[in-house]
Design a protein around this ligand. Structure first.
Ligand code: G3P
Length: 218
């Protein structure tokens, strides 16, 4: 399973990289806006900085919605660095662009996916990754994990090579459940990855070990 950190914040990316568990990064226009980056040149420079911080794939999302504009913007984003993956929304012109990019060796991440039907379209269009948004489905009282299970099963039935990139992660439990279901990648805020560390019995056990070690050394 690949771990991508879902942020445009350079400090968080560096902390995640320093942990030695991160395989890539995903961003989106909201995460970029959160960093206060202004202007196209600054935005693209930020993508370049992120791409130089990790060896793995870095998703940079287009904001165009018409086919020709998506292609133009996507080609510009892909040219920023070899590990830039073009993130494209699940819309009709997006599917057409995914198919174009697939035929032209540009890696893509199909985003804003909320149904197995949409995931099927992404795979048929040759997307490198598909990003089903678990947390936003949970937020409306449906079960986002059901979607992950359906997509993994559907892709296995036909040998689709599109990787299931579980997104909109809200907790460590999402991460472990995605692993149990066979998602290829999870993209998550650093906090959820760090949440995997926590168990009260680990804390209790270490405290006991250290106390006993101190006794042996007094
Ligand atoms: O970046 C894509 C996805 O992970 C965003 O998730 O937290 O905005 O629902 P979120």
């Amino acid at each position: 399973m690949k771990f991508f950190v879902d942020t445009a914040n350079l400090e968080q990316i560096q902390e995640a990289v320093d942990l030695g568990i991160i395989d890539g990064v995903t961003t989106n226009p909201s995460l970029m806006a959160k960093e206060g980056i202004k202007g196209e040149a600054a935005i693209r420079a930020h993508y370049k900085t992120i791409a130089e911080m990790v060896e793995g794939d870095v998703s940079a999302e287009v904001i165009s919605t018409e086919f020709k504009d998506i292609v133009k913007e996507g080609e510009e984003l892909a040219a920023i660095a070899p590990n830039i993956v073009v993130k494209v929304p699940m819309i009709k012109d997006g599917v057409k662009a995914l198919s174009h990019f697939s035929k032209n060796d540009i890696k893509t991440n199909c985003t804003l996916v909320f149904s197995s039907g949409q995931a099927l379209l992404a795979a048929k269009a040759g997307a490198t990754y598909v990003s089903p948004f678990i947390g936003r489905i949970d937020d409306i009282s449906w079960d986002g994990m059901d979607l992950i299970e359906d997509i993994v099963d559907m892709y296995a039935n036909y040998g689709f090579i599109t990787e299931v990139l579980a997104a909109s992660i809200r907790s460590p439990l999402h991460i472990t459940k995605c692993a149990l279901m066979g998602a290829d990648v999870v993209t998550s805020p650093l906090s959820a990855f760090l949440g995997l560390l926590n168990h009260p019995l680990t804390d209790k056990g270490l405290a006991k070990f250290l106390a006993d070690a101190k006794k042996s050394r007094s």
